[in-house]
Design a protein around this ligand. Structure first.
Ligand SMILES: [Zn+2]
Length: 67
């Protein structure tokens, strides 16, 4: 049901590489391209790159909370 509707060829800006991409996943209200998704999965947690990814993701997962 509705599977055809899920396939749209609209470029969205990836929050990690900040490039407009067609393929990727949605995380909350943001978009991560399949390249970055793969990269994140393959990057070792000790790699400085991993910290950068997490940083980018944090801004999505944890929206600013005003307490
Ligand atoms: Zn990307």
């Amino acid at each position: 049901m509705g599977e055809t509707l899920a396939r749209k060829n609209i470029d969205e800006t990836c929050i990690v590489c900040e490039q407009p991409k067609t393929l990727g996943i949605h995380l909350f209200a943001s978009f991560i391209c399949s390249d970055c998704e793969k990269d994140i999965i393959q990057t070792d947690t000790n790699d400085p790159k991993y910290k950068y990814y997490i940083n980018q993701l944090k801004s999505v997962i944890k929206p600013e909370i005003y307490s």
